[in-house]
Design a protein around this ligand. Structure first.
Ligand code: C2E
Ligand code: MG
Ligand code: MG
Length: 673
């Protein structure tokens, strides 16, 4: 599992909802505020507008009445105005105040101004109480009102000293504001100017209060909506995180959880006081269990394992199911032995969870306080990488071979070296084959009685320009695992056949050379034909090639093996059993397979002194082979006494350092007469 991706996704889930909530909140709040302010402003303006319009209309109406009364000379126009209770002043055509009424507070000081860009002169008056300047001519004013204001400001008047007539004034409205209104009334001689007062009534105050309350209520609703949204989003985020961290099988924690939370915990808590181990625990025979029972039963077992593991955890310890039959654990420990015992006890309990079936478990352990970086320096607990630790634990687990009895393995830096080697070999194998870096070495086999050369075994060597001389023990097991061994075996048969042909053509006395054929090859049903064709290609007579099968090859499909052996023999190849005695079913194989040669494993001849029991076993094995009409070859013979003993027992050939080590072809050919 990719840690960076998991952590990125985790942060994304957290961030998405956080930002979504914030953006949602800001957008909603901005929209609602704009809407509320706009509505409040319009309502406010509407009130002011309607109040002012009414007042203005009243004055205009009075102005008209006044005009009419003057024209008709019916009565004194002033009395009409006074009945209405209006403050007013009458201005003569020269701008002088002819009459004032009420608290007009207006002096007759007037000035005549000409606005820039206009020819017409405007008479202005001054309110002595409030210090306002107001214009006298409404008609012109409505065109130049803004310029007039600017002009006044330029002239040194303060902004609040300027009172303007007509609607423009409305925008400066407050609860009670006197406004001088210059009516359009002008009978040629006089002009009527009235003072109106803008008053907000209780109703207006109520309406304003209503607007304020409505705004507060709306703001409250917005807040509640936002709160609900935020809570909903947090719940949603929690749910998503839960899904993100939940294993579908066990419905408990998954690997991502361990990766994200486990690493965080390790970095926070790990130290000298708290030592942690990362464990990879596997239910080894899970697949077999599922095949023999059912996938559903398999999953049920996994749930039980998960529950059981979780019940064994202490504070700051974690466990998760990783998929398939793998579990990951973070455990605290004080010393390795104690941890091993604890894991053994856990495995014992796990294996006992189902008494009806045999369950096998294995655990790989990586101790985080022993972690080192690439340069071999200890890793700071604050930068522990969980993935690396887990991979190490998994590597330790897989380092236990199939036939290995152990159940717990601790990670060791050597495992990394092995892994690196494995990678290197696999990366280079094909190029090495193409470049003929694999070289055939020959180890002669001698007749112990006559000391004459009777045969040889072809053994592969890898002479790499980069890695130097690589012994087969270091690469054959890898090739056997990855299947590349079949390529090597083909390569060897071709080269040996070609060498034999060349030596025969040169007139040398050739002896049969045995070639190892790996068990991996035996899945191919036409193996005998493949070998025949390769040898025929070189034009080598078949009696000069012998095929060695290791004992492990005999575990496979017996029918197929028997058929291949029979066909090889029918084509004239001798077939030998390599390493006889190193496995367990040798005798069985001898019983079933019509082999030509028996190669006694070198292990028979290991050990310091001559061992009586070993000698008995060897002599009996030779006898057994002989009675089955087989030739006997003893491998790994290094001492003269061994040669003498084997000669006495009737062993046909000896292959060992006593006579010769494996050697390159040009050296070997010297031994051919
Ligand atoms: P093997 O087929 O049993 O080969 C005999 C091994 O014993 C060889 O090791 C040989 O060098 C070694 N040996 C022979 N005499 C003595 C002795 O007196 N003392 C000691 N200590 N060792 C002796 P080698 O060459 O390292 O090969 C190891 C194994 O690798 C072989 O065991 C064989 O299983 C495999 N192998 C080698 N070449 C090939 C090949 O071309 N194809 C396949 N499939 N396997 C090969
Ligand atoms: Mg061999
Ligand atoms: Mg052998």
């Amino acid at each position: 599992m990719n840690k960076n991706k998991s952590q990125k996704k985790y942060r994304k889930i957290r961030k998405t909802y956080l930002w979504l909530t914030v953006i949602e909140f800001i957008l909603f709040a901005v929209c609602m505020t704009v809407l509320l302010v706009y509505a409040a402003r319009n309502i406010g303006l509407y009130i002011v507008d309607s109040k002012m319009a009414a007042e203005y209309e009243r004055i205009r109406y009075m102005g008209r009445l006044y005009d009419e009364s003057l024209k008709n000379k019916e009565s004194n126009g002033y009395s009409l105005l006074e009945e209405e209770g209006l403050d007013y002043l009458i201005v003569g055509s020269d701008g002088r105040i002819l009459k004032t009424h009420g608290k007009n507070t207006c002096s007759d000081e007037e000035g005549i101004v000409t606005l820039p860009g206009y020819d017409e002169e405007i008479t202005i008056y001054k309110d002595s109480e409030r210090g306002y300047i107001y214009p006298g001519r409404n008609k012109k004013l409505s065109l130049n009102i803004l310029e007039f204001r600017e002009w006044l400001i330029d002239e040194g008047f303060e902004d609040d000293e300027i009172g303007l007539a007509d609607q423009v004034v409305k925008t400066t409205g407050s609860i009670e504001l006197p406004i001088w209104i210059s009516t359009a009334v002008d009978n040629g001689k006089e002009q009527l100017i009235c003072k109106a007062v803008f008053r907000a009534s209780d109703n207006d105050v109520d309406m304003f209060a209503g607007i304020v309350i409505a705004t507060i209520v709306l703001a409250g609703i917005i807040l509640i909506v936002m709160l609900v949204t935020a809570i909903r989003n947090i719940i949603r985020q929690r749910r998503m995180l839960k899904l993100f961290f939940t294993d579908v099988t066990t419905e408990n924690h998954n690997y991502t959880w361990l990766l994200v939370k486990g690493e965080k915990m390790l970095r926070r808590k790990a130290g000298k006081k708290n030592r942690f181990a990362v464990v990879n625990l596997k239910f080894v025979n899970y697949n077999t269990f599922c095949v023999c029972h059912s996938a559903a039963e398999g999953e049920e077992i996994l749930c039980r394992i998960d529950r059981m593991l979780n019940s064994r955890l202490c504070r700051n310890e974690m466990c998760a199911h990783l998929g398939s039959a793998n579990f990951g654990l973070i455990l605290k420990y004080t010393d390795e032995e104690e941890l091993r015992k604890r894991l053994e006890s856990i495995i014992r309990d796990l294996e006992a969870t189902d008494t009806n079936h045999k369950l096998y478990f294995r655990a790989g352990v990586s101790l985080t306080d022993k972690a080192t970086d690439d340069a071999g320096n200890p890793v700071n607990p604050r930068s522990i990488d969980f993935n690396t630790e887990f991979n190490h634990a998994a590597m330790a687990r897989t380092s236990m071979g199939a036939g290995d009895d152990s159940k717990i393995a601790f990670f060791d830096d050597r495992l990394i070296e092995e892994q690196k080697w494995l990678d290197k070999v696999q990366e280079k194998q094909q190029a090495a084959l193409d470049n003929e870096e694999f070289v055939v070495y020959y180890q002669p086999k001698y007749d112990p009685r006559t000391d004459k050369l009777r045969g040889a075994e072809a053994l592969v060597r890898w002479i790499s320009p980069e890695m130097g001389f690589v012994s087969p023990g270091k690469f054959i097991p890898i090739f056997e695992n990855n299947g590349f061994i079949t390529e090597i075996d083909h390569y060897m048969i071709r080269h040996v056949a070609a060498d034999q042909k060349r030596w025969l053509d040169e007139g040398r006395t050739c002896v049969p050379v045995s070639v190892n054929v790996s068990r991996a090859h035996f899945i191919e049903s036409d193996l005998a034909e493949q070998i025949r064709d390769m040898v025929d290609e070189a034009g080598t007579p078949h009696e000069y090639i012998e095929i060695e099968l290791t004992e492990s090859a005999f575990f496979d499909d017996k029918e197929a093996l028997l058929s291949t052996i029979n066909r090889l023999k029918s084509y004239g190849f001798a077939v030998s059993m390599d390493d006889f005695g190193s496995g367990y079913s040798s005798l069985n194989s001898l019983k079933d397979m019509p082999l030509d040669v028996l190669k006694l494993d070198a292990e028979f001849f290991r050990g310091e002194a001559r061992d009586n029991r070993a000698e008995i076993v060897v002599s009996e094995a030779i006898r057994l082979g002989k009675s089955l009409n087989m030739r006997i070859v003893a491998e790994g013979i290094e001492q003269k006494e061994q040669v003498d003993f084997l000669a006495d027992q009737g062993c046909d050939m000896i292959q060992g350092y006593y006579y010769a080590k494996p050697m390159p072809g040009n050296e070997y050919e010297q031994r051919l007469q």
